[in-house]
Design a protein around this ligand. Structure first.
Ligand SMILES: *Cc1c(COP(=O)(O)O)cnc(C)c1O
Length: 360
């Protein structure tokens, strides 16, 4: 089988989605499955849909188009504020999009009207993480202007925390979001169907004690794909953390001194950490590198350490053990390693579903 490759267990992804959908349904929250770390993989999306997610979220319209081409039929939401230059593609391809700028929503309105479509908008509110969002004090006049735009339907409001500044979703900010929904409805005479509380970082809040207020949607990527919450990166109970495995092939394995010799300047990526002298160790090189993954996000098998990575080489310390050239080493991946692997044309993707192996 070709290497490097990501082996993707679709049954595990389905299991994770089903488990989260079931538990969150108990507190009145539906799940939007986020596929953006998979380059909009229709197979991964279909596994999430089998697991019960009610729609899909994607950060790029190109990926939403890939989902549609791949036969995905559930509603899709563009979860990054759209570019004006892509407005026509967004209204044609996505059911809804998250918005924070009137100029962009105006462009979507024009594009939707030109095609005789209605495009749904979820307005994102800034609650302290300082990435996207309308400041709470600006929301009401913003909503009034959105409601006047033809071709646009206001679906609801949402927020996104823990992405840029690590702000923890909890009782205070979720209550603020709920209260905003209620006051917008009262002041503007609209019904907000969706109140989207956040991402995988919201799980501790959502599955913990306490009222969930108006929040009735979470957008979950990492928790479904990798089985972890994202505040401490702890495994979520009952979820599987190994749905994705990166496999790479050995191209050299030799006993060498552990300390470099000669005059020392910068290395390929500038970063210079001179290894301590630990005598002679087997250094094993895999044909995988920064073009394929994020070495810092790989978990090697027990007894193997990662010594470094350049564009095309991953250097492992394998102790006294020489690995056969042509043999393979398997790694668990974190989100960054997964994202890089899924978007690298050099990494094959091999999907497994109930004993069937389907290259994609
Ligand atoms: C990426 C993203 C998500 C999903 O985040 P996870 O941590 O993978 O659950 C949700 N909402 C927005 C706006 C995002 O950009």
């Amino acid at each position: 089988m070709s290497a490097p490759r990501l082996e993707i267990d679709l049954d595990k992804i389905q299991h994770n989605a089903r488990s989260l959908v079931g538990r969150l349904a108990g507190v009145g929250i539906a799940v939007t499955g986020v596929t953006k770390a998979t380059l909009g993989s229709p197979a991964v999306a279909a596994a999430m849909v089998r697991g019960g997610v009610r729609g899909l979220g994607e950060s790029r319209i190109e990926n939403i188009e890939a989902l549609r081409r791949g036969g995905v039929e559930v509603p899709t939401t563009l979860i990054r504020s759209p570019m004006v230059s892509q407005a026509a593609r967004v209204v044609a391809g996505a059911t809804a999009s998250m918005g924070t700028e009137l100029d962009a929503i105006g462009a979507l309105s024009e594009a939707a009207r030109a095609r005789g479509l209605v495009h749904r908008i979820l307005l994102m509110v800034e609650l302290g993480d300082l990435r996207e969002g309308i400041l709470p004090g600006d929301l009401e006049p913003f909503v009034r202007r959105v409601l006047r735009l033809p071709g646009i339907a206001l679906q609801g409001i949402g927020t996104n925390l823990a992405c840029h500044s690590g702000v923890v979703p909890g009782h205070a900010n979720m209550t603020e979001l709920s209260d905003l929904a209620t006051s917008i409805e009262a002041d503007c005479g609209v019904r907000l169907e969706v109140v989207s509380g956040g991402n995988s970082a919201n799980l501790a809040w959502a599955l913990g004690a306490g009222d969930k207020g108006r929040v009735n949607d979470l957008r979950l990527g990492e928790a479904i794909l990798l089985g972890r919450e994202t505040l401490q990166r702890e495994p979520v109970q009952g979820l599987l953390t190994d749905a994705f495995i990166l496999v790479a092939e050995v191209i050299e394995s030799k006993l060498k001194p552990s300390r470099a010799w000669g005059e020392i300047a910068q290395a390929a990526f500038g970063d210079l950490t001179l290894a301590p002298d630990r005598g002679e160790l087997v250094r094993t090189i895999l044909a995988v590198g920064r073009q394929d993954t994020d070495a810092a996000g790989l978990t090697p098998p027990i007894g193997i350490e990662i010594l470094g990575a350049s564009s095309d080489h991953l250097i492992l310390g394998t102790g006294r053990r020489r690995l056969a050239v042509g043999s393979e080493v398997r790694f668990q991946v974190n989100y960054s390693a997964l994202l890089r692997g899924m978007t690298s044309p050099f990494v094959a993707k091999v999907m497994r579903k109930r004993a069937a192996v389907v290259p994609a």
